[in-house]
Ligand binder design. Structure first.
Ligand SMILES: Cc1cc2nc3c(=O)[nH]c(=O)nc-3n(C[C@H](O)[C@H](O)[C@H](O)COP(=O)(O)OP(=O)(O)OC[C@H]3O[C@@H](n4cnc5c(N)ncnc54)[C@H](O)[C@@H]3O)c2cc1C
Length: 431
């Protein structure tokens, strides 16, 4: 489905998130056209939050005070290419979406190491929440960040770089530290990818050969209803694999474009059937300019160390009959370990367990504690931008750097201007 006109209207005067399950309570909306104007808004506001493209499913971006959108700021991208042609840094306006950023990068022969399932999200919103794609050796999108220009709650500006001792705490910041106005992103030479979809992989084969299955290509996504493995999307770099095999761990190649959601037209999907294309036209599942997924849904995701694949799949399969009535589809991806304090992949190569739900929030919220209890022995960390009920005590248990992050919040925002209900429930930094 071509993206709705109402999407554009909502972007002019946002009143709710993309999924429509969070109505923003802000008293005022600001669209500054200069950094000075933004500094003034922030310094004067008692409570302030920035809106990205509103694709989170929880109240992480909500406030009762002032909401700020950054699409009125200058939109120039500054490219700092390495002399050897091996990559470089792109300084981009924080409110820019990947949809707007990536064609220009690709046209100059540059690439990003990975993308999420959709390019519609802002770079700032995505990297603030540890948003990820898939790939055993691919870190989350936040791992590309090499610099942040920030407006603090007193209105002063600062630039953070990896030399700053707080940098690893500041990249996945959940909107708690300030307004990010520019982001430095590391890029590399462009590359080509093909997506081959396979059907008929058995659970036994998936779990027994999980490492080999997910190592077989640059980015692998496994879809399931927890009864059976429904599809495997195998996205390989053309410079790493000449020809995609007809058979994949006993599964057979799909012969027509295939949606991961039942009864959903394939027009919003990026190209499949092994047709090579630019990295940014294959790594996302969904095409820019079209409604991603099916638009009528909620989402949840948990991350566990990859070594627990057998245990967590058994646990979730045994909850299958409870999950099934609410589930549209689940997706298993992998994310490489990083050192970003609040990244779901902090310190461990993780398996990401994603759920696309029917849009029944009360029923989903009633089910989540069961799923969380089943995954608790494996130290599950929830996706910051999706629905979860994990409380601050448990989050402190599974995030070894949570205490340091709280201290960083208090140092960065001593008057608690960026505080909101979400941060009170999760980070609990404000005493
Ligand atoms: C259909 C669909 C598919 C998705 N697929 C994936 C996926 O493949 N992988 C994945 O990991 N996630 C996925 N997500 C989740 C989503 O991409 C993330 O939650 C992401 O954070 C959304 O970015 P956004 O720009 O919409 O941010 P928002 O939801 O607008 O904001 C997120 C947070 O960032 C803060 N923020 C935004 N901009 C700034 C700024 N400039 N300065 C300071 N704080 C800021 C906000 O205040 C808020 O706290 C998906 C979501 C949808 C709807």
């Amino acid at each position: 489905m071509q993206e709705r006109a109402s999407e554009a209207v909502a972007a002019m005067r946002p009143t709710a998130n993309w999924a429509g399950n969070v109505a923003y309570r802000a008293a005022r909306l600001h669209r500054p056209t200069s950094i000075a104007e933004l500094q003034d808004v922030v310094a004067r506001s008692e409570r302030v939050k920035v809106l990205g493209s509103r694709h989170c499913f929880d109240d992480i971006a909500d406030t009762t005070g002032d909401l700020v959108v950054l699409d009125g700021l200058a939109s120039d991208v500054e490219i700092d290419a390495a002399p050897d042609g091996d990559g470089g840094t792109a300084w981009i306006p924080a409110g820019m979406t990947y949809s707007h950023l990536v064609p220009g990068l690709a046209a100059r022969g540059y690439g990003l190491h990975n993308l999420a399932s959709l390019p519609h999200i802002t770079v700032a919103g995505a990297t603030a929440t540890g948003t990820h794609g898939s790939g055993n050796r691919n870190g989350s999108l936040s791992t590309s960040v090499v610099g942040l220009d920030v407006v603090r709650s007193d209105g002063a500006t600062t630039t953070l770089t990896p030399e700053d001792p707080d940098f690893a705490g500041a990249v996945v910041h959940l909107g708690a530290l300030g307004v990010v106005t520019r982001i430095g992103l590391r890029f590399r030479p462009a590359f080509q990818v093909r997506n081959n979809v396979y059907v008929g992989l058995t659970w036994d084969r998936l779990v027994t050969d999980f490492q080999a299955v997910t190592d077989a290509a640059y980015s692998v996504s496994v879809f399931t209803d927890w009864h059976e493995v429904t599809q495997v999307w195998v996205k390989s770099r053309t410079d790493e694999l000449d020809v995609a095999p007809e058979e994949f761990f006993g599964a057979r190649a799909a012969t027509v474009p295939t949606h991961m959601l039942k009864n959903t037209p394939v027009e919003n999907l990026t190209e499949q059937l092994g047709v090579p294309g630019e990295w940014h036209e294959r790594l996302p599942h969904f095409r820019s300019g079209f409604t991603p997924s099916n638009g009528n849904e909620l989402q949840t995701e948990y991350f566990v160390p990859r070594r627990y694949v057998q245990e967590v799949c058994d646990a979730l399969r045994s909850l299958g009959p409870r999950i099934a009535p609410l589930l549209q589809v689940s997706e298993l991806r992998t994310v490489a370990a990083d050192d970003l304090w609040l990244s779901p992949a902090y310190g461990a190569d993780v398996l990401a367990l994603h759920f696309t739900w029917l849009p029944d929030e009360a029923a989903v919220r009633a089910l989540l504690p069961r799923i969380e209890a089943a995954l608790r022995p494996y130290g599950a960390r929830p996706h910051w931008g999706k629905l979860f009920t994990t409380d601050a005590d448990e989050l402190q248990r599974v995030y070894p750097k949570m205490r340091d992050f709280r201290a960083l919040v208090r140092r960065s925002d001593p008057r608690s201007a960026f505080r909101n209900d979400f941060l009170d429930r999760t980070v609990a930094a404000y005493g």
